[in-house]
Each structure stands twice: as C-alpha cells, then as structure tokens.
Write a new protein. Structure first.
Length: 163
C-alpha cells in the first residue's frame, strides 16, 4: 500500500505520470500549479473566499488522517468507522487530539483540487471545511495494493492544542 501525507512532494508523486492540467473554479484566486503543489494554499484560498481565518497543518492531525486513509485503502472501502475499535473518537484519543474536531473522507479523486471540489459540493464536508472554529488540519492519502491509482483521502480538522 502506498501512503503519504499530502504535502508538496506527495502531490507531485501523484501527478508524476505526466503533465496534468488542473482546472480551478473561476471564483478561486489560485492557479492550477499552486493547487497541485500546495494543498494548504488551495484550502486557504477557499477559506479566504468565505471570510474565514487561514488553516495551518498540524502533525497530530496529519498522522490521524494518514491512519484513516491507510485503513480505508487496506479495507477497500470509504468510511469513518473502518474496523472494530477504530471509530472517529477512538482515533482522536489515540492521536492525542483534544477539543473540537471533524473528519472528511473521500475516494477516487486524482488530486487535491478534485477532492477539495468534491468536499465543497457536499453539505456536511463543506460545513467542516468552512467551520470557523477550526484553525488546523491534516490531509493524507493512501492507495491499495491492488488498485495503485485509486486514492483514499482523509482530512482531519481541529484546533491548536494548548500545552
């Protein structure tokens, strides 16, 4: 199973098969190249467009997202509860994440631009992405061994942790 945090390097690995031209909605003021190489820039363009504060990546949220993406890829299905004892709340506790949190999952989209568009077109996922409470996120993807070009996505949203 291939896995990775969706960083500049990971997105470039996804797109490594050749030149890919992405189309961004006209309302976003971000270029296709930026969307492909900078998921945080794309996410923050969406948030800015709605008058919201900007997001920062968080290592705990990234690890929780990666765990969920791997679980979905290894089981070949999308969901928030994959396998016994691996529900959303249990995963938050295991990752040491406290406070408000939410999760978006998806599968089949080929890049961050496509998965963000899909989430923004889904009422529940859109609500999570535009929730003004959240200021941190983690985004990850994984592919199953038997379908190396099929991507399972997970995004965890939360708040800065107080020490």
């Amino acid at each position: 199973m291939k896995t990775g945090l969706v960083t500049r390097r990971a997105v470039l690995q996804i797109l490594a098969g050749g030149a890919v031209i992405l189309s961004a909605p006209a309302v976003l003021k971000i270029t296709s190249a930026q969307a492909a190489s900078d998921p945080t820039g794309l996410f923050n363009a969406i948030r800015r467009q709605h008058g919201l504060s900007l997001m920062a990546t968080d290592p705990k949220l990234e690890q929780a997202a990666l765990y969920q993406a791997k679980r979905m890829a290894s089981h070949g299905k999308i969901g928030h509860n994959i396998g016994w004892g691996n529900g959303f709340v249990a995963r938050l506790q295991q990752a040491g994440i406290r406070g408000p949190a939410a999760e978006n999952v998806a599968s089949g989209q080929s890049d961050t631009d496509a998965v963000f568009k899909a989430w923004m077109n889904s009422a529940g996922h859109r609500k999570n992405m535009l929730d003004p409470v959240f200021d941190r996120y983690g985004l990850a993807w994984a592919t199953p061994e038997n379908k190396p070009h099929y991507i399972y996505w997970a995004m965890m949203l939360g708040v800065a942790q107080q020490a």
